[in-house]
Design a protein around this ligand. Structure first.
Ligand SMILES: NC(=O)c1ccc[n+]([C@@H]2O[C@H](COP(=O)([O-])OP(=O)(O)OC[C@H]3O[C@@H](n4cnc5c(N)ncnc54)[C@H](O)[C@@H]3O)[C@@H](O)[C@H]2O)c1
Length: 343
């Protein structure tokens, strides 16, 4: 089937759906329409994007025969997403879901079970995995350009006023679950299964729009021996910001180092000595969004496995869960503790 025949129905016509629409239009994909529970959003987005279907009736969009993929951009809470998953299951549609799948492991597990029991495909839109600059890093990592990697550090520090946002930061979990998840998914993709994690985190009281964590430092040990430190600090007033989507990535290996953002990648290799600055096109926004959906459609079309499946993403949500549990209990948490038989 041609890629444009994989009709997309977007459920949730809020902020990030604009990026989805930009990416899909750039890639020539077919958006059948969108649905939102807020009639004002429906009207605004219908006009802005000239959507063929824009409705408050979520079920009618999911049931539409041309909708093959339900693209969930409604907030990442079980009470919001479970009914959407059940509708996708009822009509046998593939699910594609914005990160985080859910903030809590038990809830994410439930969502994955709904998809698996219905036999419908589920991909989590962990767009960090599809960022052009990060795909370049991955190529050099896999080629052994820096030897065997042993340490990765990702640092994202900036200030955001979230006072006006309807749900970001309004629950007990925020910066690790909602922003750090980009980096957690990336390191799980690059370095494989994690073994244990230790985190510290806190809340800057001047960040009035956030109830939960506004900074977190997550140390992760992987089964391979690789170790990583993921810093998400959205309470930083200083002058050297590393804002999302140009957070700093450092990877050290026994034969060199990669220092990068999503827009610039520098590899310094020791043997033979070389400094490599690969040229590439594309940025996180919107290119990672089109790359991710194109990957999913290709896999669905060819009936092949895809990256960031719901089942695989449980490892990522388990890392989130481990981070909060570790910070609360002041100890290292293993993957087996969180995932049990799923580990
Ligand atoms: N870089 C990224 O990948 C990225 C960036 C921003 C947001 N996100 C994720 O996208 C999701 C949405 O974030 P946002 O910033 O667009 O939020 P938003 O509040 O701007 O939009 C969410 C929309 O969903 C609608 N909605 C709520 N419940 C619904 C339901 N049951 N059915 C249909 N629509 C419903 C709301 O009315 C709203 O219009 C979140 O999970 C967030 O983590 C990802």
């Amino acid at each position: 089937m041609a890629y444009e025949q994989w009709g997309i129905g977007i459920v949730g016509l809020g902020g990030i759906s604009n990026m989805h629409l930009t990416a899909y239009r750039n890639a020539g994909l077919q958006v059948v329409g969108g649905a939102d529970i807020d009639p004002a959003r429906v009207e605004t987005m219908k006009v802005k994007w000239d959507l063929p279907i824009a409705t408050t009736d979520v079920e009618s969009l999911i049931a539409h025969p041309e909708v093959k993929i339900v693209d969930v951009t409604a907030p990442h809470f079980l009470h919001v997403r479970e009914p959407i998953f059940r509708l996708a299951a009822k009509y046998g549609k593939a699910l594609y879901v914005q990160k985080p799948l859910e903030q809590y492991y038990a809830s994410a597990r439930k969502l994955v079970s709904i998809a698996e029991e219905a036999g419908i495909p589920l991909m989590v839109n962990q767009n960090s995995v599809f960022v052009p600059g990060f795909q370049v890093i991955e190529r050099y990592l896999r080629d052994g350009a820096i030897g065997t990697p042993y340490y990765c550090q990702i640092e994202n520090r900036n200030w955001f006023d979230l006072s006006g946002h309807p749900f970001y930061g309004k629950g007990e979990r925020w910066v690790l679950s909602d922003m750090g998840v980009h980096h957690l998914a990336l390191v799980v993709h690059w370095f494989g299964s994690w073994r244990s994690a230790y985190a510290i985190m806190g809340r800057d009281p001047s960040q009035k729009g956030v109830v939960g964590d506004t900074w977190s430092v997550m140390n992760i040990r992987f089964e391979s021996g690789m170790q990583a430190c993921i810093i998400n600090n959205w309470s930083y007033f200083g002058h050297l910001r590393r804002p999302h989507s140009v957070e700093e990535v450092v990877i050290q290996g026994d034969g060199g180092a990669i220092t990068a953002t999503s827009e610039e990648v520098v590899i310094v290799a020791q043997e033979p000595p070389a400094e490599i600055r690969p040229r590439f096109t594309g940025k996180w926004f919107p290119d990672a969004f089109s790359n991710a959906m194109l990957h999913y459609i290709q896999a669905l079309d060819e009936v092949k496995p895809h990256l960031c499946s719901g089942r695989h993403n449980l490892q990522v949500v388990a890392l989130i869960e481990a981070g909060y549990r570790s910070a609360q209990e002041g100890r290292e948490i293993t993957r087996a503790e969180i995932m049990g038989e799923d580990a």
